[in-house]
Design a protein around this ligand. Structure first.
Ligand code: PLP
Length: 380
């Protein structure tokens, strides 16, 4: 299919593949773990063992590389496995700069595994360019990790500015773009070296696959080391999960745009509500990252928002308990709307305020979602 087609078309048709030999519109699932050699010992199809590669991974990877405008992509058994593969391509003694507000599971892994293994990690406030520039140690900093919008305050990081600063210091920039998705932001086009996704979220979109993905701007030695990590470490995605992920990705754009429009409407509706302390959403003019978001997010500001309630933790917990349409569940990016009290999930070290509820907006009717939050607040 032509490169000039829009990403929406490439995603909907999964690059236009047809299954051979019957020309089916849906790809087959390739369950084989191993492949027969020729009598001379060669593997003419290039396939020998599914921990290294499988046609089912390759279809998803090709679509994702096209959507992110990258040189290559790898899918993993989870978002965490994808992120960890990037850090494991570093060497003990290397310095990393990461945001204070980021996916908490990765922060925990960095502190409990990466630091004892020998990485030196400095945290800076998400999106704070001055703090980032101060933390960079030219020659020693090998990786800047960014997450934008950052979970769950939705702080926005200026990817182009961070890429310039990271590269000037001799470091790579990797961006967790799980929440933005390629439907909203394409970090590689803004100068990032690697994009990471928890594909469990919007890319799959149906809360039925745990998966992760990386897309790279360049197939350099760093990327080769990441590929080796997956092939030898084995954090691969099963063929059936790869198939489900590809199926979910075909509707990515329409799902994300619907979620973005609803999240914007919910944010505007509840901004200034007397029982609400603050609505955190990059699409609101009052959000500190709004101006940068206007530049680097297209088609909406994401489907995630957080609300801080007057009355503190008790009010937040009661609102969550009162919700009927929003499901009280962890995760995000599915077709169904979810709510979560992040501070109690993350534990005592969490930087998340206890009065905050995180909302993942799905594709239900916007009015139903607004009414649900209204009744939950009314019944406080
Ligand atoms: N990054 C973000 C922003 C996430 O929200 C999550 C999971 O919640 C992850 C990474 C980790 O992904 P996974 O749960 O697929 O391992």
């Amino acid at each position: 299919m032509s490169d000039r087609l829009k990403p929406e078309t490439l995603a909907a048709q999964a690059l236009g593949w047809l299954e051979e030999p019957f020309k089916g519109l849906a790809p087959p699932i390739h369950p084989a773990t191993t492949y027969e050699r020729e009598p001379d010992g060669s593997y003419p199809t290039g396939k020998d063992y599914s921990r290294d590669s499988n046609p089912s991974y390759e279809q998803v990877e090709a679509v994702l590389a096209a959507l992110e405008n990258g040189a290559a992509s790898l899918v993993f058994g989870s978002g965490m496995a994808a992120a960890i593969a990037v850090f494991q391509a570093l060497r003990p003694g290397d310095h990393v700069v990461a945001p204070e507000v980021m996916y908490w599971g990765l922060r925990k892994w960095l502190n409990e595994f990466a630091v004892p293994w020998g990485l030196s990690v400095d945290y800076v406030p998400a999106g704070d360019m001055r703090a980032l520039s101060k933390a960079l140690e030219p020659g020693r900093t090998k990786l800047v990790w960014a997450e934008t919008p950052a979970n769950p305050t939705w702080d926005v990081t200026d990817i182009a500015a961070v890429a310039e600063a990271a590269h000037a210091a001799g470091a790579y920039l990797a961006v967790d773009s799980t929440v933005a998705t390629p439907a909203v932001t394409r970090p590689l086009e803004l100068g990032a070296d690697i994009v990471m996704h928890s594909a469990t979220k919007y890319l799959n979109g149906h809360s039925d696959v745990v998966a992760g993905a990386l897309v790279t701007a360049n197939t350099d030695d760093f990327w080769t080391s990441i590929c080796m990590n997956r092939a030898k470490g084995g954090a691969v995605l099963g063929p059936f999960e790869s198939w489900l992920l590809l199926r979910g990705m075909r509707t990515l754009y329409i799902r994300v745009r619907t979620a973005c429009a609803s999240a914007q409407a919910i944010a505007e509706h509840f901004d200034g509500h007397p029982r609400i302390e603050a609505v955190l959403y990059p699409g609101l003019k009052s959000h500190p990252g709004h101006e940068i978001a206007m530049r680097q997010m297209q088609g909406g500001f994401g489907g995630m928002l957080s609300i801080r309630f007057t009355g503190g933790e008790a009010s937040a917990m009661k609102v969550a308990a009162n919700l009927k349409v929003f499901k009280r569940a962890t995760s995000l990016g599915g077709v169904e709307s979810l709510v979560e009290h992040r501070a109690s999930i993350e534990g005592p070290d969490s930087p998340v305020p206890p009065d905050l509820l995180r909302f993942s907006v799905g594709i239900e009717d916007t009015g139903d979602l607004i009414d649900d939050i209204e009744q939950a607040i009314r019944n406080l």
